[in-house]
Write a protein that binds this ligand. Structure first.
Ligand code: FE2
Length: 204
């Protein structure tokens, strides 16, 4: 067997390196959440405006469940960058985050449903489900509501989005929710054990 044939072609990861260095710079200049979300929105929009930098290992769907691959975690855990990969029809449970987040769709399309508690403590949908297409960016915050369910809007192909969170999200103690509002403790972890190498600058 020719082993070389099994290796996916290398991509130029410079856009991701540029994104994480710009994001770290942003957080060094301000910790004001709205300012971070506003400027971070523009940075993420630029990152997902092109789909040629995500290595194939972090774009791979699983037949069993959606995948959450860590792409980068800030050394002070001020932010993390994750690729979410949904197979056809896959969905997250209803869940919260407890930190701010930005979601940019890289490939395909995803459906976001937001939830809030009613007076009796039950969960109800807040507004209509939103469809995000490739290239679009959304944000959320615990200040304004961060309980949602995200699904692949496509029934016949994978969708991928790039998420940025205000913490090392795979280690955050948060919750999934049953329809009656019952919370179940949840620490997501990550699907990968190795990270993409952002720092080999010898190619350029
Ligand atoms: Fe989420």
């Amino acid at each position: 067997m020719n082993a070389i044939a099994t290796i996916a072609p290398a991509v130029d990861i410079a856009p991701l390196r540029g994104f994480v260095t710009s994001f770290a710079e942003l957080l060094s200049g301000t910790r004001d959440e709205q300012a971070v979300l506003d400027s971070g929105h523009a940075l993420l929009q630029r990152l997902v405006s092109r789909d040629d930098w995500l290595p194939a290992a972090y774009a791979k769907p699983s037949a069993e469940r959606y995948q959450q691959y860590l792409l980068h975690c800030d050394s002070r855990e001020r932010f993390s960058v994750v690729s979410f990969v949904w197979g056809p029809g896959q969905s997250t449970p209803v869940h919260d985050h407890r930190v701010w987040g930005l979601v940019g769709v890289l490939r395909g399309s995803e459906r976001v449903e937001q939830f809030e508690r009613d007076g009796a403590g039950r969960l109800r949908r807040r507004g209509e489900a939103e469809i995000l297409e490739a290239g679009s960016v959304d944000s959320f915050s615990p200040r304004t509501g961060d309980i949602h369910r995200v699904s692949n809007a496509l029934a016949d192909q994978a969708s991928i989005s790039i998420h940025v969170y205000g913490a090392n999200i795979g280690a955050v103690e948060r919750a999934t929710y049953a329809e009656d509002g019952t919370e179940k403790p949840f620490i997501s972890g990550y699907a990968n054990t190795t990270l993409p190498n952002l720092w080999d600058r010898s190619r350029k």
